[in-house]
Design a protein around this ligand. Structure first.
Ligand code: NAD
Length: 510
């Protein structure tokens, strides 16, 4: 029998003792906590409450929301040690990786809170010569309720990357965290309730994919989904039922290109960190490295030397942690077996690198382009390094992949053109993943990596609908928009159009 109790994040959650699930530590198997598995009714109740809360939250205006979100940010920072310890327990990642998540999201919360009014507030825009008697303005209004569905690999940074921007834009949020990290999800919403109080504008519903699907079907005004392309397709199909718009932040197979005049040592160090931090379980992880012939041997020697010195572990200070999702171990093993069967060689690690729940670092060479490890997301500490003739060849190889999330370039002179030529939503030159920490930049993918953007002005607008308004300032004696217009009006307007727009383009006017 379901009973209604005060739920997580300030909203009601119907608890049914029979319908609960445990979240466990991937390192030790210890149970972190037990959570309700919310069904369609519980999700619908949360969405209905959010609908009421959204009206009050929108009423609060940009300034009220700015203060609320900055208070939330400050409380998260004061409770950062607790949050980091919880992420370490529930997700398995070491403290350093958890701290990086928190550091980055604090900047995003701050930026979204402070910039929403400037980006979304009402502003006048220019009219045209023919409609010069009309004033025009545009503003970006909140959608209402945004359903956020999150993954487990960055249980703080990833969902808050949508939630912070959705809230700053004036929406209420119902968040379905991954079933692997529900305690972190509840912590985020509880801290919001503690810092802000008031109506439940940020609620959590816990559960698995069925709960996520119920959220897609619950009549929310938008779904922000972060996860795998396979689930993204299911989310989009479910949302199609009610024409609910979606933003899909999906997986990646990010490439790094190392050009001849790069700082090779820095490139090797960053490839290692970008590929193996968080055990490679990063959507923006470096998963393929293309190095031009001239510096290939030097890069590889440095990478091998550095990769041989790092180790996974379950402690808070390990280089990287366990594989959080047990299923992923099979995928990593399959990618390794397939690569070896196709002639690849391991210079670090090997066939026995997978030691559940850990995977040791692996550096691969001689990997053919059609190997699974070159085509699909591996999500483990595995780095294939490929020799390219030159930078153009490296870019062509990098772009021959269905994913297109982030990318990295190590180069001297040609960093910029290489970064621009890579088919990806983001690229960093002489560093890895940096764009994710710059709040004024958009984040999102192309192809299998999804569409829509979070972060920055585009991320704020993603959770709004533009509202366009014209206002007649004075009436013209002979308007076009009347059946009674005198006969000369249309030919006169046509003549004006010819004069203004009919000439061949000349040199650009300054
Ligand atoms: P996943 O697709 O298995 O699950 C993601 C979420 O979707 C979970 O909360 C899950 O419960 C829910 N879900 C499952 N089935 C559903 C359904 N039918 N309808 C609605 N929701 C459903 O992904 P994961 O294993 O949790 O996360 C790893 C993936 O996320 C990787 O592919 C990674 O690259 C990607 N990711 C992308 C970004 C990005 O910004 N692009 C960030 C982090 C992770």
């Amino acid at each position: 029998m379901a009973t209604t109790t005060e739920g997580f994040g300030g909203g009601p959650m119907h608890r049914d003792r029979a319908r609960t699930f445990d979240s466990t530590s991937p390192a030790t198997g210890e149970v972190v906590a037990s959570f309700p598995l919310a069904g369609p009714e519980e999700v619908a109740a949360a969405v209905a409450l959010a609908g009421q809360a959204a009206a009050e939250w929108a009423e609060l205006g940009f300034e009220g929301r700015r203060r609320a979100l900055l208070a939330y940010k400050a409380l998260l920072v004061r409770r950062a040690d607790e949050l980091i310890a919880l992420v370490h327990r529930e997700n398995g990642k070491p403290r350093a990786d958890a701290l990086i998540e928190v550091l980055m999201i604090v900047e995003h919360l701050d930026w979204a809170a402070r910039n929403a009014a400037r980006v979304l507030g009402r502003r006048r825009v220019r009219s045209t010569l023919v409609l010069a008697n009309h004033a025009a303005s545009v503003e970006y209004q909140p959608l209402g309720v945004v359903g956020v569905i999150g993954p487990w690999n960055y249980p703080v940074f990833t969902p808050l990357g949508s939630i912070a921007y959705a809230l700053a834009a004036g929406n209420a949020v119902v968040f379905k965290p991954s079933e692997l990290t529900p305690a972190v999800g509840c912590f985020l919403a509880d801290t919001f309730a503690d810092a802000v109080g008031g109506p439940p504008v940020f609620q959590v519903v816990t559960g698995d994919g069925t709960t996520g699907q119920a959220l897609c079907l619950a009549g929310v005004d938008k779904v922000a989904f972060t996860g795998s392309p396979a689930t993204g397709r299911k989310v989009m199909a479910a949302c199609a039922e009610r024409l609910t718009p979606v933003v899909l932040e999906l997986g990646g197979k990010d490439a790094m290109v190392v050009d001849a005049d790069a700082d090779v040592d820095a490139a090797a160090e960053q490839a290692l960190w970008g590929g193996m931090a968080n055990a490679g379980q990063t959507c923006l992880a470096v998963e393929r490295v293309y190095v031009v012939d001239q510096v290939y041997d030097r890069f590889l020697a440095r990478l091998v030397e550095r990769a041989s010195r790092i180790r996974p572990g379950g402690g808070p200070d390990a280089d990287f942690g366990p594989i959080t999702l047990p299923r992923q171990l099979e995928i990593i093993q399959r990618h390794l077996d397939d690569a070896f069967a196709r002639g690849a060689r391991a210079l670090v690690g090997g066939r026995d690198a997978v030691r559940p729940p850990y995977v040791d670092p692996v550096v691969l060479v001689d990997v053919p382009a059609d190997a699974l490890v070159m085509q699909q997301e591996t999500f483990g500490p595995v780095l294939p390094v490929i020799r390219a003739r030159d930078a153009g060849h490296a870019v062509a190889l990098a772009n021959a992949n269905p994913y297109g999330l982030g990318a990295a370039v190590f180069a001297g002179r040609r960093g910029d053109p290489i970064a621009r030529a890579l088919r990806s939503g983001m690229a960093s030159i002489n560093s890895v993943l940096t764009y994710a920490g710059v709040p004024s930049l958009p984040l999102g993918g192309v192809g299998e990596s999804g569409f829509g953007r979070i972060h920055g002005p585009d991320g704020l607008r993603e959770f709004t609908r533009p509202k366009a308004i014209t206002r007649q300032r004075f009436a013209l004696p002979f308007g076009m928009q009347s059946f009674d217009r005198p006969r000369f009006v249309l030919p006169a307007v046509q003549q004006a159009m010819k004069l203004r727009h009919g000439r061949r383009p000349g040199p650009r006017r300054r």
